[in-house]
Design a protein around this ligand. Structure first.
Ligand SMILES: NC(=O)c1ccc[n+]([C@@H]2O[C@H](COP(=O)([O-])OP(=O)(O)OC[C@H]3O[C@@H](n4cnc5c(N)ncnc54)[C@H](OP(=O)(O)O)[C@@H]3O)[C@@H](O)[C@H]2O)c1
Length: 247
């Protein structure tokens, strides 16, 4: 299996895209740290699913905005499996509002989780990734970071910010032989889309050349490639997984 023995930390992996990534990497033989903030039951279900498929996993509670909790997650990882080879910064939130109505609190909250969490976790696991054979940093951005989206100035800014962050860390990691890349999913079937009205979803789908929303496995398969040793000459890239939305 391509991920045999590689230790992967995936933030926000009790549900949604993170859960899809955790289960996919677990099935491929990775040791998985299933991070959650509030979804404890789902995190334990994810661990059980990975173990039932023959993999190894451990749950780790941490709010990615809290540096002490992130350090604790690192300790959980080290105790269970040793240093991480792969960090996937997946935890993310939205707080949508047309810009003229957007509060500073909504701006800060989205920045704090999407970008601040990425900063905290990357800094906590940086030495692990640097020292790993083929260490990997993978940041989950969004098509919205490239295209913008009505009512998502905060989220679009945070997700664009991940591009510059990733390219810079890619440069800094390169001397040690590790890589950093972004994955930018399009609209993907998870709880995050629950608040989007059906009429809006239909309009979105009509603009997607492949004529469907993404599935979590579509994103997970690309993350699996980036997390593996097979991607060793790919760094500083943004890989779109959006059904052709840019075409
Ligand atoms: N779904 C889409 O259409 C789409 C498209 C492009 C990009 N993305 C990106 O993909 C990532 C996953 O999205 P999703 O659709 O799977 O979202 P989701 O179903 O809403 O799940 C969000 C995940 O993030 C975690 N999370 C939120 N705040 C956190 C915090 N402070 N600390 C730790 N974990 C936190 C949640 O954990 P708890 O449940 O434990 O609180 C949950 O596991 C996000 O970065 C999102 O921006 C999603």
């Amino acid at each position: 299996m391509s991920m045999d023995g590689r230790t992967c930390v995936i933030t926000g992996s009790a549900r949604g895209i993170g859960r899809g990534i955790a289960e996919y990497l677990g099935r491929e033989g990775a040791n998985v740290v299933v991070n959650y903030r509030s979804s404890e039951g789902s995190a334990h279900e994810a661990v059980d699913a990975i173990e039932s498929a023959g993999g190894q996993a451990v749950p780790a509670q941490a709010d990615v905005t809290d540096r002490d909790e992130v350090e604790h997650m690192r300790e959980v990882c080290h105790e269970a499996f040793g240093p991480a080879d792969v960090l996937v910064n997946n935890a993310g939130i939205t707080a949508d509002q047309q810009f003229t109505e957007m509060t500073r609190e909504e701006w800060d909250r989205v920045m704090d989780v999407n970008l601040g969490g990425t900063f905290n976790c990357t800094q906590a696991f940086y030495d692990d990734i640097w020292e790993a054979e083929e260490g990997r940093l993978i940041n989950i951005s969004s098509v919205v970071g490239k295209q913008g989206n009505f009512g998502q100035a905060n989220y679009a800014a945070a997700k664009s910010g991940m591009f510059g962050f990733t390219r810079t860390i890619a440069l800094e990691l390169a001397q040690g032989g590790s890589t950093a890349n972004c994955v930018a999913p399009g609209f993907t079937m998870t709880d995050m889309l629950e608040s989007v009205p059906d009429t809006v979803l239909e309009r979105i789908i009509s603009g997607i050349p492949l004529e469907r929303l993404g599935e979590v496995e579509d994103v997970a398969a690309v993350v699996r490639f980036l997390a593996s040793e097979e991607s060793s000459y790919v760094t500083g890239e943004v890989i779109d997984v959006n059904g052709g939305m840019d075409l």
